[in-house]
Design a protein around this ligand. Sequence first.
Ligand SMILES: *Cc1c(COP(=O)(O)O)cnc(C)c1O
Length: 437
Amino acid sequence: MWDKRCPGNLISEGETHALIRECSAADKVQSIISDTVFDRSGGNPFFAVRANGATVWDVDDNEYIDYVGTWGPAILGHAPQVVVDAVQKAAVQGTSFGIPNTLEVRMAELVVNSVPSVEKVRMCNSGTEATMSAIRLARGFTKRSKIIKFEGCYHGHVDSLLVKAGSGALTLGQPDSAGVPPEFTSQTIVLPFNDVEAVRRAFAEHGADIAGIILEPVPANAGLYLPCDGYLEFLQEITTRHESLLIFDEVMTGFRLGLKGAQGRFGITPDLSCFGKVIGGGLPVGAFGGRSEIMDCLAPDGPVYQAGTLSGNPLAMAAGISVLEALSDGSVYDKIDSLGKALSDGLAWAAESAGVAVQLQRIGSMACCYFTDTPVHNMVDAMKSDRERFSKYFHGMLEAGVYVAPSQFEAGFISAAHDEAAIERTIEVAARVMKTL
Ligand SMILES: *Cc1c(COP(=O)(O)O)cnc(C)c1O
């Protein structure tokens, strides 16, 4: 957010840090970063001017090995040539049409051909729009009102889903957002993740009113934890039995954990799926899709309204297509998954050598290092981690040129632009920093 009371240009070279100090970054410059660990520990947020491959540069030309990857989308690294070329080429053809276009069709083809559960897909402009529309569609299709969500699962800033939503809200220690009237969340049932009995009880009590369950199949917005064996199968079975819908929010995991996303890894067929992040190639995109029978309820064919001025935007489509095509032979996943393993093994070693208790959680190219000695299977477990320790770790890493997500409750990402040298350097730095904790 820009605050006119704050003098000078905040992104002018060199002076930035001084300006931020003067302006008290927390309330003047509201980025996700200034809102998180920098507030708590008094450090200064850095302002990026440039990012390429696995590297980000700040305004003072310091460089960092980046494990945030613009919060997930940068699976090929920052500004990969294929994306830059595709966006430039698309831009000269027109930056927005508001008319169905061939790029949007190509994107739909790529998603539908890749993810078996998705027979039809609709593009929108963010992950938030995707989940918001998917739950409206689930309600319209089933003619029921209630939605089950899980603690620590984040589905964007949709009013009705901003309950125990992890991510930024969790980092700020306010699991429920102000500005959301209780009536808006009264149809949302919030349950602990990985708890079969809780879901059974909810269906026993409200079964006939439950339109669907929405979840991150691999929750990655309260750190990272995995579904227990059989849990996703159970959710599929119970929703099928009660004729409510299983909605996978794969905004983070879609095309990140493989071409079929988390559903491919775990062999589950959800009714609806939400996408974003990777499929936008770094531009603003979301999408949702699923069984034709359900998707046909959307306007204009059906009664569930959904629209967007910039949906199917040619620049975003071109960027996303270029990424999905680069991913299509699967080789990128082999690379980033093995780098992910090398990094998390290395971090586990660094922590152990320093006598620091951590839970190193990983799936594919996503990982999280919780500073706790107890296993993490849900949000309550995640909350046991030592956030002061995390904060020290974060700042130690940053000072040494490694940028990890500025919150204990975010996952880190490896891209195809990372290499063994970057991973080794990161492990060396971590080994040094862990010893100071
Ligand atoms: C990031 C994210 C969203 C929200 O996407 P935006 O593009 O930020 O609106 C929704 N669900 C999940 C699982 C996410 O990781």
